[in-house]
Design a protein. Sequence first.
Length: 470
Amino acid sequence: MKKSSLDKQKNNKIWGGRFSTSLSELMEEFNSSIQFDQILYIEDINGSIAHSEMLSKQNIISKKEFLSIKSGLEQIKKEISNKEFNFSTQLEDIHMNIENRLVEIIGDTGKKLHTARSRNDQVATDIKLWLRKKIDKIELSLKNLQRTLIEKSEIYYDLFMPGYTHLQVGQPVTFGHHLLAYVEMFGRDRGRLLDCRKRMNELPLGSAALAGTSYPIDRHFVADKLGFSKPTENSMDAVSDRDFAIEFMSASSLIAIHLSRLAEELVIWSSDRFNFVKLPENFTTGSSIMPQKRNPDAAELIRAKPGRIFGNLLSLMTVMKGLPMTYGKDMQEDKEPIIDTAKNIELCILNMEGMIGEIEPIPEKMMEALQKGFPTATDLADYLVKNLKIPFREAHHLTGKIVLLAETRMTSLEKLTLDDLQSVVPNVDLKILEVLKIKNSVSSRTSYGGTAPKNVLKAIKNAKKRFLKG
């Protein structure tokens, strides 16, 4: 039997009064966001409880009505948590799914919940609440990763390894010093997340669709209830703003870059050609055909994830770049990249912490590598400048000739004799041999921020104070 226009109208439980027909099934699926925004259910319910309490306080609804709404919302929260809730694509999103169920539970009183608000300010509030919680969790994960790096640095503060530029042996450094470089990177990342959190911590709810509301609401009360620093200043900006999400994904992109750089070093260091470290077995996998293989898959996945995270950032920036004020359905495309970014960046951090916590350096391989590449060449040039008063450019040239001599003889600088050195620079004495030793080279780097072991110990103490207190 063919449905009447009135029947079709009733099919649309959200805004059927304006329309004589219901959505096509194709449009219903296209328009719905419940498949991904149901993750916001706790935030949506908490925001609704705060909003309804405010409506009661302002005598817009009665105290009895508020308590009924609150009780119904708490029941819905349990239903969703226990996977007893039936989500409907016909109801589009998490907001209408919850509101519709509320009306089923408490009757027409549930229809009063949406007084003095819109889904526009509601969704902005939900996303901020959810993202604020995620930022706190990610920032804590970064702190824990820093702690693990610092602990490893303290154990290996004087373990010598090659420092590279252009992936060529440059100068000797300590393993502890190398790890502390990432502590600094992740410290900046934490700062960016906290800046983002502070800026986003303004309440959109009460801005309504775009122009505010004529009801005598108290937005400061709701802001306080939900832990926001204050309400947003402009209702049009409040419902159209996704800067906070773009800023979060931008900060996440930098975190992903830093994690990827460290992951790449772990891949290189654990390879047969380097063999500087042994990765923990529980973060590696085997080969389906080659029994001897142990692949650094966790590190490789971390190295790959930035492509996904950068893509999410570009996706949302592209959505927002041409939108007029205020809300457009385009903005429904914000949630999937936000959720995906938060999930993946947290997984990357946790896996990196797991690897670093159980990584085992192989000192003899690091020292073996230091015998190649002439890592004390810069020390030799500096010695000629400081002790023989030779201009640096000339000292650089003479050092290059000594390096060429060592290379021709297939030996290291450390194994050259005084006669060898005097064949290039006649007036050097025995003191120069001390300069060419790896240990002395590392120990001499005492400038602030340098790699000398005593510096590394000071840096570790300083890092603990800056990053791990509180």
